[in-house]
Design a protein around this ligand. Sequence first.
Ligand code: SF4
Length: 838
Amino acid sequence: MDRLEKILHQVDLPGRYIGGEVNSVRKSPEGVICRLVLAFPDLYEVGTSYLGFQILYQAVNREPDLWAERVFSPGLDMERELKQAGLELFSLESRTPLNRFDLVGFTRQHELNDLDILAMLKLGGIPPVAAHRTDDHPIVLLGGPGASHPEPIAPAVDAVFIGDADRTLVELARLVGSARRSGKTRGEILRMLAKMPGVYVPSLYRPVFTSGGAYQRLEPLEGAPEVIRRHLEPDLDVLDVPTSPVVPMVQAIHDRFTVEIQRGCSRGCRFCQAGMINRPTRQRSSGVVVDRIRKALKKTGHDDVSLLSLSAGDHPQLVPIVKALAESAGTGLAVSLPSLRAETLSSDVANAIAGLRKTGFTIAPEAGSARLRAVINKDLDEHDILTAAEKAFAAGWHLLKLYFMIGLPTETQQDRLELVELVGKVRRLLPRSGRARLHVGISTFVPKPHTPFQWEGMLGVDQIERIQSELRDRLRSVGRVKTGWTLPAMSVAEGMISRADRRLFPLLLELAERGHRLCSWTENFDEKAFAEVFERYERVTGGVLAERDIDKPLPWEHLDMGPDRQFLLAEREKALRAETTYDCLEGDCYVCGACQQEGAGPVRDLLPPSTNAVVHESDPMPRRYRLRLSKRGPARFLGHLDFMRQVTRALLRAGWPVLYSGGFHPKPKVSFGPALKVGLESLAEYLEVELDEGRAPGSQELEERLRKTLPEGVELLELVRCGHGQPSLSRQVRAIRYRLEFGGKANSKMLAEQLEQLKQRPAWPVERKGRRGTRTLDIRKAVSVLRPVDGDMAAVELEVDLSSGLSPRPEDVAELLGMELSSALKLELVFEPWRAEA
Ligand code: SF4
């Protein structure tokens, strides 16, 4: 067993680290000019389905001369094990340490992930400070939404990419790869990068501060440009949709196929950074959307699709898209619209969605009063909110979520009282059915760079706690409402890092070196440590949470993300007068600055809606099939639920006509045999699946198709058609048979003696730890066979009788024999005999 394999047996969720997922890409390192690793500074289950990575992974890997791999932040247990074993953090595809790549590309999704960027660099054998790197180290690139205000983390990265990287990353990777191969120095490569559109090289800028410690400007060095413009892709239809996204090994937080139907939003919510930096609105035509979804479902086996946009209801072809997809609802397809604004939930959209599987419907009034909604430019009145709630319940949603913020500019006690009143009004619309629920999420306003509110002050921890406590009491009296709150100190940390300059970097480095990371997970967030560091930073810079002077420069203004300073200031003034600004998609352009780049237009000509609706089939003819699979190699580190998910998706990718259950949440009719402990290998993983016999090809073709789609380490060993009336798998399994081998000094003679002694013992006690403490079980009656395997090896065959309900494990038997278990293989399931009635 190699060092890594040993580690995988020790850590939680080892499936996070094994790679080999369906649609992941392996290439020969010799055949490419640039090896790039896409690095996500959070856990696998958070980052694996991140759309930005799926887009870039497919775009780069389509090029024969480039290879993109992936790496995620390891769990804290994995970090400990890697350090103890002297191993470096590695990529999932080829298990290559990060320091051997040409390019390491981090995405900055959240300010608190900065500590993970620093920790991952160090774990991967790369100095966390860019200035300490040599020519041999990779170029470290930063992208993602947080790249628009990167100063606190800038000294850790060699280059920052701002804007749409869909096509540009390919160019950038090629430039870095060929420059490194032709012997260019690090400095030469960085100067070449600085000439590319959308690339900012922090080491080519020197920060200047006043004698009083105020930020003054970034002084460009060596001819670097004073202002760097983001790169904008004006036409979504010419960009790739990742139709072969990697199918996660372990349950991802957003476990579905996502297609971006719209990028950018021109509604102009004044707190919303995503809306501002992604202007103008660009839309993907319905034909392209539906076509790509159909392709992706075949390649992934997903049965859940998310139509991504900052405001899905603004897409003029949303109804045809949803209708075309709803045609597939007979196959159990679920469609989610994560950001459908209340006022855009037309009856047409509600009706189109009515027959589909739904999660929750979200309305984000953000502020409780009409006045405050005008301040933030949320063009949503109370009537819109209540009508949307009514329509959502009528269309079959059972869960309604309302989102608000506290601490918005100009907010008063009256605004918060109106928030509670509004929740009460929505609450009164809840249907009487026991399933209907109302969730209210309340976060804290954080002033974000590049928005009209970038100059505003932010509440401190004490103020947030006081307001939260008061609102919590008032909302409790509304009844039947579940509330969710952001952690006050975490919001303040986000606010601090968001608007900080480079002087925060050494303090972040200090926190990372003290082991603080994965801090956006509440259980890892150390409030005291952050407060202490921020206090030191404030001593140098002055109040970071306080309102900023509009006449002073800001540490992100060298990055042009579209809307210009004049527009942002004008919007701020309108906010203070509670005046709204209309959506430029619905009226004239008011020249915010976003469309002055590369000929982007506010509205695209859209293609006609798709007409390739899915054809309805006649009534299905159900027939059950039983499959026997192996689970070996990397697949043995998959937990039972992840294994079930992987195999079910393989069936769907293979085009097997799997039947779905009825009801509100249709599920594929697939059932699996007993769970196997993570880490054990098996030749006997059984499942049964119900197919539509009328559409199923012959067994040989079913087998051939499935062999091509099963994940690595899983093989189809047997496929049989169940007889009519045959009991289900769970009712037919009687026992499990294993082969156990013992290591250390064990030999067959010693084993024979131990077996003899064990047989003399009247009871075979083993301990089981559970939630209610430790219990002792006598497993003797559950072991129906325990005999040595012929030959010189110290090995036994073990048969476990399931009717006892005790489920002895291979390691129990090894412990009773006093021998060291070196391997255990599940050989087969023993079934109750069954014969079809004549
Ligand atoms: S430049 Fe005009 S059309 Fe473009 S996003 Fe701004 S306001 Fe809208």
